[in-house]
Ligand binder design. Structure first.
Ligand code: SAH
Length: 219
């Protein structure tokens, strides 16, 4: 059985990554950076990645999927403007790293994964007891979780072809959804949607990113 240890070496490399995100990548939300500084990212990766887990890179997590790059996690979390009492719906559990950042910030996290193998990995998640505020669901993110709606925030961590209308319906008035929407080329533009009380919404556009696709149905 693998023993998970957060050594001084890991902590030192993590601190360097956080400083890089602040100084070079211009992440300004100190609550986001502090949460990321408390989470051992190497726990979310195969032990083969132990030494490189604190590089600002995406890594494979199996089933053709990736753990998002730390910069991308910081960027999306910052756009969400997380408050301690927020209930957050996340589409694309993947490695559980992004869900842990949200949980570490005090949010109640409802996360959906469409790949059974990745979903099942949550049973062995080493920080499961630390984050009872992460709730895991197996299914198709396009459907959301109507039984737990409405949510203060919704985060999509895969490339969406459009703004999924069922998710818009599960967002609170005044709530925010952050998602990368597919452009005509290979990349996506990050959007932040704020829902108005008359059913319309405001759209803000941010930088371009490259995510794995948000696919239909579950496997
Ligand atoms: N948030 C993850 C990022 C994983 S990559 C992390 O922190 O590691 C995106 C994930 O979205 C993949 O695991 C992929 O299987 C999942 N995904 C893609 N389409 C989906 C859908 N329709 N519903 C739920 N999950 C989806």
């Amino acid at each position: 059985m693998r023993i998970f240890e957060d050594t001084y070496l890991h902590k030192g490399l993590r601190k360097q990554l956080i400083d890089f995100l602040r100084d070079e990548r211009k992440i300004t939300d100190e609550d986001v950076l502090a949460a990321m500084n408390r989470i051992p990212r190497h726990f979310f990766l195969d032990s083969a990645f132990d030494r490189i887990a604190y590089e600002d890179r995406a890594f494979p997590i199996g089933e053709g999927q990736t753990i998002s790059q730390p910069y991308t996690v910081a960027y999306q979390t910052q756009l969400l403007q997380i408050k301690k009492t927020d209930s957050v719906l996340e589409i694309g559990t993947g490695s559980i790293y992004q869900a842990s950042v949200l949980a570490e910030m005090g949010a109640d996290v409802f996360t959906i994964e469409r790949q059974k193998k990745l979903f099942d990995a949550q049973e062995k998640f080493p920080l499961k007891d630390k984050y009872p505020n992460i709730h895991f669901f197996y299914g198709d993110g396009y459907q959301g979780l109507p039984d737990y709606a409405p949510f203060d925030k919704i985060l999509i961590t895969a490339a969406a072809p459009y703004i999924p209308e069922k998710l818009m319906a599960q967002l609170k008035v005044g709530g925010k959804m952050v998602l990368p929407v597919q452009d005509i080329d290979d990349a996506q533009t990050m959007l932040r949607i704020t829902k108005n009380d008359d059913g319309t919404w405001e759209e803000e556009t941010f930088d371009r990113f490259s995510f794995v696709p948000m696919l239909k149905g579950n496997v």
